[in-house]
Write a protein that binds this ligand. Structure first.
Ligand SMILES: [Zn+2]
Length: 263
């Protein structure tokens, strides 16, 4: 059975401490991993994931600046670096980008978050690139901002949504993708996304190296955890695993603009 991971911090230092990428990629591949989108939180992780994606064809590189890292105005040189990366690489995802007004309490940073977010949305719009979005505690603000960019709905992925129902319904109407996270195994409210989002708009993600407590056991997120998420989707959506796997593999190709296979 094939699966994907649409949001994993593969090039994060802590992740690389927990997992040796070569042996892990081999192991995940043998258990069915087709594609993994390696998202980045800063410029060095962005360069690292590009390098990793050249070595491992199953890795789709995600480049960006996480809203937690938006602490000052965005420097022109940094914008130029990202534009260059986009120019030089054909298969690429923009992420992890977005807004966070929940974990970041310092309101003086919110305008910087917005500046970064808008910069990346503009690049996605201009270059027809998929985006991987974090919008914790700023769901309404993000929703409004998204409407001002012409990015096709199938290229918009809302990662680990757990915000207000009203915004969730707007996103459902706009036909965005949602990634279902291992927190559906922990009794989180995120399960509402799995219950309500249609199967043709669902992707799966680990958000590695986030740690989850599943049945009293601490587990580090990685593509290796996705089969457990699939079992939960199978149960909630009442669908056979094989059929589900086919739908999800089609979804990741649509979302990531994989007209022809990378592997
Ligand atoms: Zn993440």
């Amino acid at each position: 059975m094939k699966f994907h991971d649409a949001h994993c911090h593969l090039s994060n230092k802590d992740f690389m401490k927990d997992f040796d990428i070569s042996t892990s990629m081999e192991k995940w591949k043998n258990s069915g991993l087709e594609y993994v989108i390696g998202v980045s939180s800063n410029i060095s992780e962005s360069y690292k994931i590009l390098e990793m994606s050249k070595e491992f064809k199953r890795i789709i590189p995600g480049i960006g600046i996480h809203p937690w890292k938006a602490k000052t105005q965005m420097k022109e040189e940094l914008k130029a670096e990202f534009k260059q990366i986009i120019n030089d690489n054909e298969i690429i995802v923009i992420g992890e980008i977005g807004l966070d007004h929940h974990f970041i309490k310092r309101e003086d940073r919110y305008s910087y978050q917005e500046e970064y977010f808008r910069f990346f949305l503009e690049q996605a719009e201009k270059n027809s690139l998929p985006i991987n979005i974090h919008l914790k505690g700023a769901e309404e603000e993000s929703s409004d901002i998204l409407t001002s960019y012409k990015i096709p709905s199938e290229n918009i992925l809302i990662h680990w949504y757990s915000g207000p129902k009203k915004v969730f319904n707007q996103f459902l109407e706009r036909d965005y993708f949602f990634s279902v996270n291992p927190s559906v195994l922990t009794g989180s409210t995120h399960i509402e996304v799995l219950k309500k989002a249609p199967l043709n708009r669902i992707l799966t993600e680990s958000d590695g190296n986030v740690k989850y407590t599943i049945d009293n056991v601490k587990v580090t997120g990685s593509p290796g955890i996705i089969p457990e998420v699939l079992s939960k989707i199978e149960e909630i959506k009442n669908i056979e695993l094989e059929e589900l796997s086919v739908i999800l593999q089609k979804n990741i190709r649509i979302y990531a603009n994989l007209a022809s296979d990378k592997i």
